[in-house]
Design a binder for this molecule. Structure first.
Ligand SMILES: NC(=O)C1=CN([C@@H]2O[C@H](COP(=O)(O)OP(=O)(O)OC[C@H]3O[C@@H](n4cnc5c(N)ncnc54)[C@H](O)[C@@H]3O)[C@@H](O)[C@H]2O)C=CC1
Ligand SMILES: Cc1cc2nc3c(=O)[nH]c(=O)nc-3n(C[C@H](O)[C@H](O)[C@H](O)COP(=O)(O)O)c2cc1C
Length: 173
């Protein structure tokens, strides 16, 4: 008789290092995710962003609950995903490092549209979103966001994070 191996019988032995090494080869667009509102202005760099559904138009963002910006995003209830162009890696480092919020926002131009979240004027795309559901998985919350406005540049190359380094989408082809 054929033995069926259930998932429960498989020992979980994936180390954090193995996980991160594997994830490092999943090339991803780089985004600066921003918010503003009653809890103040905040932003962080995120590669864990992806499309969820086109009806309603929605995307998800994974945010570490230990990030300093976590409470600000939850209280404000909306955000903007600003997808970076290939020449914006300095901005990615600013929003991904241990820098003050004032420093993060100081070097670029911002505007607002529907939700009040800051839209990066030179971004490749701005997704203005309302945060719908939040689902906790391990260290992160998955923020499921309804897109209420999109602003997209007609041309431009996107910044890609691959093997712990930046490159641009053209280099991957
Ligand atoms: N999804 C996330 O929360 C990410 C966090 N980071 C942060 O940037 C730091 C530097 O990253 P790397 O130089 O790329 O080297 P790394 O070895 O720490 O990360 C390699 C890859 O693992 C994934 N990763 C890293 N930390 C993670 C986390 N806490 N939860 C889920 N996935 C994670 C990402 O895909 C990342 O590109 C990380 O230590 C982390 O603090 C970077 C990328 C994604
Ligand atoms: C390239 C890159 C991608 C990142 N992606 C994510 C992400 O998807 N989710 C997340 O919670 N943190 C991500 N981070 C880490 C946050 O940007 C970082 O923890 C945050 O800006 C630090 O905030 P804090 O110092 O204010 O806590 C990423 C960092 C870098 C450099």
């Amino acid at each position: 008789m054929l033995a069926v191996k259930t998932l429960d019988s498989i020992p979980v032995e994936v180390s954090r290092e193995a996980f991160r090494n594997a994830m490092s080869v999943l090339a991803a667009a780089v985004n600066v995710v921003t918010t503003d509102g009653p809890a103040g202005r905040a932003g962080f760099t995120a590669t864990a962003v992806c499309s969820v559904s086109d009806e309603p138009p929605s995307l998800l963002v994974c945010l570490n609950r230990s990030a300093s910006v976590y409470d600000t995003f939850c209280t404000n209830g909306h955000l903007c995903v600003n997808t970076l162009t290939s020449d914006q890696h300095a901005l990615s480092n600013l929003f991904g490092g241990k820098t003050s919020m004032a420093e993060r926002f100081a070097t670029a131009d911002w505007s607002t549209e529907f939700t009040g979240a800051p839209l990066l004027n030179d971004a490749l795309i701005n997704f203005d979103c309302r945060i719908g559901n939040r689902v906790s998985v391990g260290s992160h919350d998955i923020l499921i966001c309804e897109i209420v406005g999109i602003r997209q540049r007609e041309s431009g190359d996107s910044l890609i994070y691959f093997q712990r380094n930046y490159c641009n989408a053209q280099q991957l082809m």
